[in-house]
Design a protein around this ligand. Structure first.
Ligand SMILES: O=C(O)c1cc(=O)[nH]c(=O)n1[C@@H]1O[C@H](COP(=O)(O)O)[C@@H](O)[C@H]1O
Length: 273
């Protein structure tokens, strides 16, 4: 079953929320853990226990694992494996992108079903040109995986680049959305090629939001994004959005029940959409 279909099934079963696993040093400390490989290991295992089979999407942030070198990456690998076949889909947040031939190797690393680091989906950057992402799309199609392409990110520095006008007359971000719509054309119930749009961005052409694919929406929670922001920005495509939160939910740890309750409360708030 394609990632687009699996995403829809998971959203119907658990609600649309994505919980990020972002083991910030300050969160490790708040959880009473050391800022060490052992602390990371405990943090990630607790997140798996709390969220696997409880939310539709879990998004490990690779950077916080890479900080610890090979041993951190081994924990990321195990975290991805532990989340597989639990009902929750993994979105590995690695924001990759390179020239086509190298992209093929990244696609092998993260989207090949048999790869040690295989995820259900990954985040990618279109900065080298949308066409450079083709190997990701091909690998995703072959492995029933998904790809989320950065369109309008939540960081304040993004606006100048992402709202710059391209030769087509569209902004860079809108053009990314238009290309995603083409890539997902005809897919049912929706395509597997998603966009990333921050919860509070104000410069998206609403006509471009219908990409016939999922939209990952970070910035919900700790970055100030609310249900009201989601309703305003995504009014026409609310069924396709995956609001993502990390710190706000993780701050309730390390108690597994409290973490689950925070995720459930966030999902409940989204039912108001
Ligand atoms: O791709 C992402 O998830 C992402 C895109 C974006 O535009 N903004 C953004 O904050 N993120 C990620 O979302 C996570 C932050 O979530 P919060 O802790 O809820 O703010 C980090 O892992 C970011 O890398």
């Amino acid at each position: 079953m394609s990632f687009g279909s699996r995403a829809q099934v998971a959203m119907q079963a658990y609600g649309p929320l994505c919980v990020g696993i972002d083991p910030h040093p300050h969160l490790l400390e708040e959880w009473g853990l050391e800022d060490s490989v052992e602390g990371l290991d405990r943090f990630a295992a607790t997140c798996v226990e709390a969220f696997a089979g409880k939310v539709a999407f879990v998004k490990p942030q690779s950077a916080f694992f890479e900080r610890f070198g090979a041993r951190g990456v081994a924990i990321l690998e195990r975290t991805l494996q532990d989340l597989r076949h639990t009902g929750s889909l993994t979105i590995l947040d690695v924001k990759r992108g390179d020239i086509g031939s190298t992209t093929e190797a990244y696609a092998d690393a993260y989207l090949d079903d048999d790869a040690p680091m295989a995820a259900d989906a990954i985040t990618v950057s279109p900065y080298l040109g949308f066409g450079s992402l083709t190997p990701f799309f091909a690998a995703a199609e072959k492995n029933d995986a998904g790809v989320f392409v950065l369109a309008f990110t939540s960081n304040p520095e993004a606006i100048r680049l992402q709202t710059a006008t391209t030769s087509s007359g569209m902004t860079v971000g809108d053009q990314t959305l238009a290309q995603l719509a083409l890539a997902n054309e005809g897919a049912e119930p929706m395509g597997s090629f998603g966009a990333v749009i921050g919860a509070r961005v104000a410069h998206v052409d609403a006509r471009r939001l219908d990409i016939n694919g999922p939209i990952l929406v970070p910035g919900f929670g700790a970055q100030g994004g609310t249900v009201e922001h989601l309703r305003e920005l995504f009014g026409s495509v609310l069924d396709s959005i995956i609001p993502s939160t990390s710190r706000e939910v993780l701050a309730k740890g390390p108690d597994v029940i409290a973490l689950r309750a925070a995720a459930a409360a966030a999902n409940d708030s989204l039912s108001l959409l």
